[in-house]
Design a protein around this ligand. Structure first.
Ligand code: ZN
Length: 285
């Protein structure tokens, strides 16, 4: 299933993308799906009901009458792993990390899947990073690698937009990764049952139609299960938390010469089975 949050003029609603339109779940099953976080938390009991709605739906909102919003407006945590594809490590000239390298993107960085991304006032070294995003579905601590799949609700396309000079100004990358609008993801959450194996998905990034990144999630160094097992040793993972799982080679900062994003550019991230997100760059107002 493809589950989204949209606004068709009366505020945020949960939708199910089906037959090229949106089924307004918040109207049809308001108790199960008042918002995406509640639906994820309710999923074990709501799934059958939502399947039935998909089968029997008569009410559809045309996609062109709706704005897609971030699937979850305020994730409790947005955790992102660095240096997690061999070709990206090679282009960066850094050593392959022995340990998973994690940083946070903050909730104020969340952006809708087709909304503009801001070029900051304080930097022109803005870059893209196409990434598979995993959405946590169940609360858990000390999750075994073998059980990790049970804790994933679904997957999205994401762009770990990065302000490169701010990222490397200090040993902590966090500030350069957390500017407003720099965590776009979506367009919907594709439920885990529909993806089955998240480690065989083609992942691509285009800037103004030019292919810049072209890889496959099979090349992740620490895969999604490794990531969940590792993180949950330290912290409780909760429904709606997002994991940005790393970017392959081809980022703009490491091209020769470097190619940074500028106002007017169009950046698109697509992942097999998860569709695509796309944004125009604008100067921060
Ligand atoms: Zn990244």
């Amino acid at each position: 299933m493809k589950l989204c949050t949209f606004d068709a003029g009366s505020g945020p609603e949960v939708g199910l993308y089906s037959r090229s339109a949106l089924i307004p779940l918040s109207r049809i099953v308001p108790r199960a799906a008042p918002d995406m976080m509640t639906l994820i938390a309710n999923w074990p009991s709501a799934q059958a009901e939502v399947c039935e709605v998909e089968r029997s739906a008569r009410t559809f909102v045309p996609l062109e009458q709706a704005s897609l919003l971030p699937p979850i407006a305020r994730p409790g945590k947005i955790l992102a792993i660095g240096l997690n594809y061999a070709d990206h490590i090679k282009e960066s000239g850094l050593a392959t990390p022995k340990h998973q390298v994690w940083f946070s993107k903050h909730a104020t960085a969340v952006n809708a899947p087709f909304d503009p991304i801001e070029v900051p006032k304080v930097s022109k070294r803005l870059d893209y990073e196409a990434e598979l995003v995993a959405v946590i579905g169940r609360r858990g601590r000390h999750i075994a690698r073998a059980d990790a799949a049970d804790f994933v609700f679904g997957y999205c396309c994401g762009n770990d937009v990065s302000v490169r000079d701010w990222q490397v100004l200090t040993p902590q990358w966090m500030l350069g990764k957390s500017f407003d609008t720099h965590a776009p993801y979506g367009p919907w959450i594709v439920t885990a049952d529909e993806v089955s194996d998240p480690h065989c998905l083609g992942i691509r990034c285009f800037v103004n139609g030019e292919k810049r990144q072209d890889s496959n999630t099979r090349h992740l160094i620490f895969n999604v299960w490794d990531q969940i097992a590792h993180l949950s040793q330290a912290m409780t993972l909760e429904p709606g938390d997002l994991l940005f799982t790393g970017t392959p080679g081809g980022v703009g900062a490491l091209m020769k010469p470097p190619q940074f994003l500028r106002a007017g550019d169009c950046v698109r991230v697509e992942i097999d089975r998860l569709d695509a997100i796309e944004a125009t760059l604008i100067d921060e107002s």
